[in-house]
Ligand binder design. Structure first.
Ligand SMILES: Cc1cc2nc3c(=O)[nH]c(=O)nc-3n(C[C@H](O)[C@H](O)[C@H](O)COP(=O)(O)O)c2cc1C
Length: 246
């Protein structure tokens, strides 16, 4: 798709892959689109090592406080960032999971990352195509209103609702594999349907993927405003930080 569409090809600078080993995808990427920077997501240090060993252009570390599918490792973004900065000082690093404010951007950059990525914050924007019912649940929610449960592909962070509270059972990796092997086609379809329901507005019976960052988001924002105000405020905070330690 990228190679066939010259406009996409021209505008696309970075691409991110996640879930699973980066080795194979890095090989294909380097062959098919060598001009586009390839970053791969890692939720633990030993997996970050594989990203670097696979010669990806950059690394995204994402911690357990983030929204949506997570890993079995359950490491926080805070710890992952410190580990990655120490071990891979020359690898471009994006931190992700738990950021939705200028303070968060300042923290991520002060910690040594090259960039901060946000998921839930961008769902709650004027430009996001998520259903209004979905966005409306984000603003009043507190950081305590999410839970980590077992989703279609392993651990997942969801907003507490009828679906996640009834369905919410944490399974080990082995139990999840056994569950998947035992699934009938109908059960698998039913599971996948829960992820579709919310896009049509059924936010009670469907899976509402959000991070603990819901506790930081009070209203919808314009994407341009997020970028400009977060950058400006983060810069001020970083300058104040430097002044504090001098
Ligand atoms: C609705 C939703 C869908 C997501 N889908 C994916 C996905 O398909 N692949 C993936 O690697 N991460 C996915 N994520 C995780 C995000 O890429 C990111 O790690 C997470 O949103 C960061 O946490 P934050 O929401 O607190 O910013 C999703 C997150 C959300 C909230």
């Amino acid at each position: 798709m990228i190679n066939k569409n010259p406009k996409v090809r021209e505008q696309l600078v970075y691409g991110v892959t996640s879930a699973g080993s980066p080795r194979k995808v890095a090989r294909i990427w380097q062959k098919k689109c060598p001009t586009i920077q390839h970053f791969h997501v890692a939720p633990a240090l030993y997996l970050a090592r594989k990203v670097v060993e696979s010669n990806c252009d950059g690394l995204v570390v994402t911690g357990i406080e983030g929204g949506g599918h997570q890993s079995y490792e359950q490491i926080s973004t805070l710890v992952l960032e410190q580990q990655a900065v120490r071990e891979f000082p020359d690898t471009p690093l994006v931190v992700c999971g738990g950021f939705a404010s200028p303070e968060g951007v300042a923290m991520g950059l002060a910690g040594g990352a090259d960039a901060v990525a946000m998921g839930t914050r961008f769902i709650a924007t004027d430009q996001s195509e998520f259903h209004e019912n979905y966005k409306d649940l984000i603003y009043p929610a507190s950081a305590r209103d999410t839970l980590l449960t077992t989703g279609a592909f392993g651990p997942i962070r969801l907003l507490k609702n009828k679906y996640s509270l009834e369905h919410g059972k944490i399974l080990s990796k082995e139990q999840k594999i056994a569950q998947e092997e035992g699934f009938s086609v109908e059960e698998l379809e039913e599971e996948m349907e829960r992820y579709e329901l919310v896009y049509n507005g059924d936010v009670e019976n469907g899976a509402v993927l959000v991070g603990q960052t819901v506790g930081l988001i009070q209203d919808a924002m314009d994407v341009d405003d997020i970028l400009s105000t977060f950058i400006k405020k983060a810069e001020e905070l970083l300058k104040e930080t430097v002044a504090k330690i001098q």
